[in-house]
Ligand binder design. Structure first.
Ligand SMILES: *Cc1c(COP(=O)(O)O)cnc(C)c1O
Length: 375
C-alpha cells in the first residue's frame, strides 16, 4: 500500500491566486516564494524568479556581458541545458572533464584550459560549474582558480537545492547561481527556475530583461533586447508550498540513497556516487551507480534492461556534452572520466514518493540479478 502523498499547501495557494485574480507575473505567491528563497540563501544573495533554469543561465550570461565569439568554460558532464544558453549568445563553450570524486568539473583540467586559452590570447569570460545529481563540486579549488584568473563563476545548481559544501549553500558560491523547479527536480513548480544574484542590482536587472526589457515609461520604450522569462504567480504558488517541505524532501532522498548504499556496500564492482568527505552534503537528488563489467559480469545496460522487465525505470548518466554531435566542434580539455561515467553509470529510481514496497521490489530484483551473474 502506498502511503498517501503528503498534503501540502499547493492547492490552497494556487486557488487563492486565481480567486484574487493574481494569475500573471505579480502577486502574493511570487513575493512569498521569493522571500522564502532569499531567506534560505541569506544575504547578500537575491533571487529573481523565472520560468526555467535554462532562462536563468541565459540571464546570467547576459548580465556578465557574454556576446558573440566570447569563450565560456563549461562542465562537460551535464544536461545540455547548461550549455545551450552559451550558444544562444553565439558564444563558444569550452568543455572540461570531470574528476572521479564528485563527477563534477575537474579543477586541474579547468586550470589547464584557462592557461591554454590565455596562451592563445583569449580570456574566457565565465566558468559554468554544475553540482551534478545534487553532489557539490570541489568549490574550494574552483573558486580559487576563478579568483586567480578573475573569471566569474555561474553555478548550475539546477538539481542541488538543499546541498551544501563546507556548510555553504550550493548556488551561493558564484557571481550567479541557478536552480530549476522543473517537474523532475527536488522541488518543482511544474516548470520554473531561479537566478541567484549577488546583489539587488543584479536581481533588478534580471527581472527587467526577463519582462521584455520594457523601460519605466508611460509608453512602450525599449533600449535593449528583452525576453519573456518571468515566473507566473500561479506556478509560484506551487513553489511556495514545496519550499515549506524542502527539508523533508532532502531527508527522504538521503534515506533512499542510504537504502541503495546498503544494497551495494558488499558488492565489489558497483560504486555509488558518494560524499567524498564531511565537507560535502548532497541532497542526493538522484542516486547513481557505476558498474565495473569486469568485476560483476554485467553492464549498466544489462541492469537497466533487467529492471525494465519489472517496470522499474532507470536512466543512463549524462552523455558528456563534448561527445554530443551538436557540441562536438568545440574545444575540450580533459581525458575520459566523464566518458567512463556515461559508459558505466546508471541513475536509480530516487523519487521522494518511492514506497517501502517499491524499495523491497527493487532490492529483490537487483539482488537476484547480481547473484545469478556472479555465481
Ligand atoms: C534541469 C537542469 C537544467 C535546466 O533546468 P530547466 O528548468 O529544465 O530549464 C539545467 N542544468 C541541469 C544540470 C539540470 O539538471
Amino acid at each position: 500500500m502506498a502511503p498517501p502523498y503528503k498534503t501540502i499547501n499547493e492547492v490552497k495557494y494556487v486557488e487563492e491566486a486565481i480567486l484574487n485574480g493574481e494569475i500573471s507575473n505579480y502577486g502574493e505567491n511570487l513575493s512569498a516564494f521569493n522571500k522564502k528563497l532569499e531567506r534560505y540563501f541569506s544575504k547578500p544573495n537575491k533571487i529573481a524568479l523565472l520560468n526555467s533554469g535554462t532562462s536563468a543561465i541565459h540571464l546570467a550570461l547576459i548580465q556578465l556581458g557574454i556576446k558573440a565569439n566570447d569563450e565560456v568554460i563549461c562542465q562537460s558532464f551535464t544536461f545540455s541545458a547548461t550549455a545551450n544558453p552559451i550558444c544562444y549568445q553565439k558564444a563558444i563553450p569550452i568543455f572540461i572533464d570531470s574528476e572521479a570524486d564528485t563527477w563534477n568539473m575537474c579543477p586541474v583540467q579547468l586550470e589547464i584550459a584557462i592557461k591554454d586559452r590565455l596562451s592563445l590570447g583569449i580570456k574566457p569570460k565565465a566558468i559554468i560549474v554544475v553540482h551534478s545529481y545534487g553532489m557539490p563540486a570541489k568549490m574550494d579549488d574552483i573558486v580559487k582558480i576563478s579568483k586567480k584568473f578573475s573569471i566569474p563563476i555561474i553555478e548550475d545548481a539546477a538539481g542541488a537545492l538543499g546541498s551544501t559544501y563546507k556548510g555553504l549553500k550550493c548556488g551561493s558560491f558564484g557571481e550567479f547561481g541557478i536552480i530549476s523547479f522543473n517537474g523532475n527536480k527536488i522541488i518543482t513548480t511544474s516548470s520554473g527556475g531561479a537566478l541567484i544574484c549577488s546583489s539587488e542590482d543584479q536581481k533588478i536587472k534580471a527581472n527587467f530583461v526577463a519582462t521584455q526589457a520594457k523601460a519605466n515609461e508611460p509608453f512602450y520604450h525599449h533600449e535593449e533586447i528583452g525576453y519573456n522569462y518571468s515566473m507566473s504567480n500561479i506556478t509560484a504558488g506551487i513553489g511556495r508550498a514545496q519550499m515549506e517541505v524542502l527539508k523533508e524532501r532532502v531527508l527522504k532522498r538521503r534515506e533512499i540513497n542510504a537504502f541503495y548504499k546498503e544494497i551495494f556496500e558488499s558488492i565489489n564492482g558497483i560504486t555509488l556516487l558518494s560524499e567524498p568527505s564531511q565537507y560535502y552534503y548532497s541532497n542526493h537528488w538522484l542516486t547513481c551507480i557505476l558498474i565495473n563489467f569486469e568485476e560483476v559480469g554485467f553492464s549498466n545496460g544489462d541492469l537497466k534492461m533487467e529492471l525494465e522487465k519489472y517496470n522499474i525505470e532507470t536512466r543512463f548518466l549524462w552523455k558528456p556534452l563534448h561527445l554530443q554531435p551538436v557540441f562536438s566542434d568545440f574545444p575540450y580539455y580533459g581525458r575520459v572520466i566523464s566518458e567512463q561515467l556515461f559508459n558505466t553509470g546508471l541513475c536509480l529510481p530516487s523519487g521522494s514518493n518511492l514506497t517501502k514496497q517499491d524499495k523491497n521490489n527493487i532490492k529483490t530484483v537487483i539482488m537476484r540479478f547480481i547473484s545469478n551473474k556472479i555465481n
